[in-house]
Design a protein around this ligand. Structure first.
Ligand code: DQA
Length: 149
């Protein structure tokens, strides 16, 4: 008998997220990316989801990874970092995946500089979670768990 799984979540981190731990803790907390990903992995496990991680500082690599997702994942959690605010290339590549997506920001982007209040991917996402630090990823996973069941 074949079991159809529908629980694969790709967690994608964009530009400068590899520098977590060195960035302003008032906005981004003190976890480095490895520690954040271990926490996300634990939450996913508790929810019965299977997560894979990707990070790049190169927009083209990020776009190409989105191109490959269609057959590799059932849903996406993405924090594209500063690309969020202007990358129509990432918008279009996310649209191509056709996958349910949740946008996450560690910091409260809506309460920071004017330019951070814009998200060019928001219209493609089921939800945007911001200002909740690492816990925002747990909320994103819960929303996707609900969506996939
Ligand atoms: C961020 C917010 C962005 O404005 C910023 O450029 C980042 C991280 C966040 O997680 O709060 O790099 O996406």
């Amino acid at each position: 008998m074949t079991t159809i799984v529908n629980n694969r979540v790709e967690v994608m981190h964009g530009v400068n997220l590899d520098q977590l731990g060195r960035r302003d803790p008032a906005h981004y907390g003190s976890l480095d990316l490895g520690a954040l990903e271990r926490r996300i992995d634990q939450w996913a496990h508790e929810l019965g989801l299977s997560v894979r991680f990707f990070q790049s500082n190169h927009e083209g690599e990020f776009v190409e990874h989105l191109h490959e997702l269609r057959d590799m994942a059932d849903a996406v959690v993405l924090n594209p970092g500063a690309w969020t605010h202007y990358s129509y290339a990432i918008h279009d590549a996310l649209e191509l995946t056709g996958l349910p997506a949740v946008e996450v920001h560690l910091s409260a982007v809506d309460q920071r500089e004017e330019w951070r209040r814009v998200s060019v991917i928001r219209d493609l996402c089921l939800a945007t979670v911001s200002g909740r630090g690492a816990d925002g990823y747990r909320q994103a996973l819960e929303l996707l768990k609900e969506e996939l069941s």
